[in-house]
Design a protein around this ligand. Structure first.
Ligand SMILES: Nc1ncnc2c1ncn2[C@@H]1O[C@H](COP(=O)(O)OP(=O)(O)OP(=O)(O)O)[C@@H](O)[C@H]1O
Ligand SMILES: [Mg+2]
Length: 295
């Protein structure tokens, strides 16, 4: 089997809205390949076309142009679908079910036998931190708890490929850590994870590669270290003068003579408390790409 598990080839989706059939280009040109065994982050500002792309990959909407392939098969493909787990952007749950009943139902849809799906449901609820609420109806769940239930649902059939549309939404920092740990554990078992997000620190912590989509087109794809410019943006120097309460913080430009600045400070009798070079962060890259208009 090919090592590319998800593939978008020049995907485009145009909607026609209203009486005048005004064109909305939800996606214009999305190309990317997700390799087996990687955690791939799909980043972009609101309205960039992330959910639209994910829906095309999942076979929920048909592309206007381009091709989507899952596990090497053109979408939609029933056999390929059985190996994919999916968490939609705004999952909807039947209020009166407990997560245990809900997961049992999902497991049945995936043809798991009774004992297997019950064991799997219990295990997954523990993994997503809902063990204590396994028997509570989901209408009593908080937003973050519902998100966790959705995540468990995506994993019930132990899929090869896990596609998550904003899995961190609504989660507190502990919940986000749980999800990151879960992703890393899945990768260790050879699974592939593709997820969209705006939460940049999470991306920096877990993603092997990222794609940045802006205005319906992919701007950049690659390992984070490659996308971030290694250029020195500037240096922050913190000094303290004798008898002064507050430290002095100087922001030097990328090409400034930092040594000369420090010598000057020492000559004035200040102590140097910190010298921090600043290189491009994912946030800088994101703002740079999102701010650049047009293709
Ligand atoms: N069914 C639809 N009909 C018309 N326009 C749509 C439809 N779905 C999406 N769009 C438009 O396509 C664009 C991309 O939407 P999409 O939901 O893919 O963005 P996104 O990157 O997932 O954003 P977010 O980060 O807010 O979830 C938006 O301008 C949106 O208004
Ligand atoms: Mg979205």
């Amino acid at each position: 089997m090919s090592d590319v598990v998800l593939e978008a080839e020049s995907l485009a989706k145009t909607y026609r809205l209203g009486f005048f059939r005004k064109r909305v280009e939800a996606a214009r040109d999305v190309s990317l390949k997700v390799q087996r065994g990687e955690i791939f982050g799909f980043l972009g500002p609101n309205g960039a076309g992330k959910t639209t792309t994910i829906k095309m990959l999942m076979g929920l909407i048909r592309p206007t142009k381009g091709h989507a392939r899952v596990l090497g098969k053109p979408v939609p493909d029933l056999e390929a679908k059985q190996h994919v787990g999916f968490l939609p952007e705004s999952p909807y749950f039947y209020d009166y079910l407990t997560p245990l009943e809900f997961l049992d139902f999902c497991g049945a849809l995936c043809n798991l036998d009774g004992p297997t799906r019950r064991a799997r449901a219990r295990e997954l609820l523990e993994q997503v931190g809902l063990g204590h609420a396994a028997d509570r109806p989901m209408r009593k769940f908080s937003k973050g708890m519902l998100q966790r239930a959705g995540l468990a649902q995506a994993l019930i059939h132990d899929p090869e490929v896990v596609v998550l549309d904003e899995p961190m939404t609504g989660l507190d920092p502990l919940g986000r850590k749980d999800v990151r740990d879960l992703m890393v554990a899945l990768r260790q078992r050879g699974k592939t994870i593709f997820f969209s997000t705006h939460i940049l620190p999470d991306v920096e912590l877990v993603c092997d590669r990222v794609a940045i989509v802006v205005g319906g087109a992919v701007r950049d794809v690659g390992p984070l270290a490659k996308l971030l410019s290694p250029r020195l943006l500037g240096t922050e120097v913190v000094t303290r003068a004798a008898g002064e309460e507050a430290p002095r913080v100087a922001q030097l430009a990328g090409d400034a003579d930092v040594s000369a600045f420090i010598r000057g400070a020492l000559e004035r009798g200040e102590t140097v408390e910190a010298v921090s070079p600043r290189r491009e962060s994912l946030e800088d890259l994101f703002v740079r790409e999102a701010g650049r208009q047009g293709p």
